[in-house]
Design a protein around this ligand. Structure first.
Ligand SMILES: *Cc1c(COP(=O)(O)O)cnc(C)c1O
Length: 436
């Protein structure tokens, strides 16, 4: 992550994002709402989401995928206010835990258009899924398949199931977000599918619908998708030749967003890859994107506490957001754009600098060796594209309460989660009485 002359500067980062605008007096705006005013009212660090961006991106996807069902992957951002916006764009839901199932139900996603993936579903999770009449369970192993059938039989129903295939395709993404290679913990090895599918078709508690695949996240090229879908299409033909019914293919998520200056596939190109791969097979197709919809809709608003210059290789801006808020830089080495909120900062020549939070970990960096406009103590900064895998991955490490969350809609900002009180961190902690 060395600074590169090719890196977009603050003005270019703003120009590339339709939700952002620099106002000569009010400074950086997200969907026409001044971020400085939000910081003044709610403090920092604060997550700010643009409802208009969520809506626009949901629409772009549904338009790019006519006839293909779009299920939003809740894990990217499961705030009820975000779900309320996406629910109204008639997306279905992709969930990976019982907690997400309850959120999806609470947000009003239709159960019939909710798909449950994940390698560790418990009997209780499956019983809840049946009680909620979820549309499909994506089964990730032979062991889980047996459990699903047992639960279905005990309840006297046949559970709609797809088998998640591990196609052994390298999505070319970060190790920690790759899911479709042999040895990754997800899905059933391709070569095991024909026998397991035949077995599943005979299980009493199973209504076998088809196949599912999800090769990873932040997938920057279409080739891995093409490879995976090619393998699945061949599998569909082989299974049908065995006399088995295959009705659905869930094509997964993972479409990348440009955080830095990456060239990413357009949704239309991803859609064409899917329709070409499965042409003529008469399947009900679906996708499960999370990041693509939510990431560009959110920023993390933070304030410079102080800048260390003495004895440093570069100036180090210590800000009040940290890895406990935004884990991605520390966890994946992720690059997020950093833009000052003040309109004046943009006019000064940028300098190479680091940006870190107050957490006591060397890994607690938000930006490393970046060309950033000069910042003063108390300057506000927006960290970009954090609408997905941002607040959902937060922790309270270093006894840091959860940041506030705000949603902007049509230029008006509404608080959607107050900053957590420090006392709330220990409210449920119990100290055993030692009789002293
Ligand atoms: C995480 C996940 C997704 C969404 O991935 P994105 O990269 O956010 O689009 C889709 N399907 C499954 C099974 C997942 O685990």
């Amino acid at each position: 992550m060395t600074p590169s002359a090719a890196d977009p500067d603050a003005a270019a980062l703003i120009a590339a994002r339709p939700a952002l605008r620099m106002h000569v007096r009010d400074g950086l705006l997200l969907e026409d709402a001044p971020l400085a005013a939000i910081a003044a009212q709610h403090g920092t660090p604060t997550w700010v989401y643009g409802a208009g961006t969520l809506r626009a991106r949901a629409r772009l996807l549904t338009q790019a995928f006519p006839g293909i069902a779009v299920h939003y992957a809740l894990k990217a951002n499961d705030h009820l206010a975000v779900l309320a916006v996406l629910r109204c764009e008639s997306l279905g839901a992709d969930i990976v835990s019982a907690g997400e199932m309850m959120r999806a139900v609470k947000a009003g996603f239709p159960a019939a258009r909710t798909v449950f993936s994940g390698v560790g579903k418990t009997r209780q999770d499956l019983e809840r899924a049946l009680a909620s009449r979820l549309g499909q369970i994506n089964v990730e192993s032979a062991e889980e398949l047996q459990l699903v059938s047992d639960v279905g039989r005990a309840e006297g129903v046949r559970v709609p199931v797809a088998l998640r295939v591990n196609p052994d395709v390298d999505a070319g993404t970060h190790d920690k977000i790759s899911t479709g290679r042999k040895g990754d913990k997800f899905g059933i090895p391709l070569q095991d599918i024909p026998s397991l599918y035949e077995h599943a078709a005979r299980l009493p508690g199973i209504d076998l619908r088809g196949l599912a695949v999800h090769i990873g996240s932040q997938v920057l090229a279409l080739a891995p998708y093409r490879a995976a879908y090619g393998k699945l299409a061949a599998l569909v033909r082989a299974l049908r030749a065995q006399g088995l019914g295959v009705h659905t293919v869930d094509c997964g998520g993972g479409l990348a967003v440009p955080y830095r200056n990456e060239t990413v596939p357009l949704p239309e190109a991803w859609a064409a890859t899917i329709t070409n791969a499965f042409a003529g097979l008469d399947l009900a197709l679906s996708i499960e994107p999370g990041r693509w919809i939510a990431a560009p809709a959110g920023i993390l608003l933070t304030r410079v506490i102080r800048t260390r210059r003495h004895g440093m290789v570069r100036p180090l801006h210590i800000v009040d957001a940290a890895m406990n808020d935004l884990a991605r830089p520390a966890m994946y080495g992720a690059w997020h754009g950093v833009v000052p909120v003040s309109p004046i900062a943009l006019q000064a020549a940028p300098e190479a600098a680091d940006m870190a939070g107050p957490v006591c970990e060397s890994g607690d960096f938000l930006a490393h060796d970046r060309l950033i406009p000069p910042l003063e103590d108390d300057s506000l900064v927006a960290i970009l594209d954090v609408g997905a895998y941002g607040a959902v991955m937060s922790s309270s490490y270093n006894a840091r309460p959860a940041a506030a969350q705000v949603m902007v809609d049509a230029g008006t900002a509404a608080l959607i989660r107050p900053r957590q009180a420090v006392e709330d961190l220990w409210r449920t902690e119990l100290v055993p009485n030692r009789g002293s």
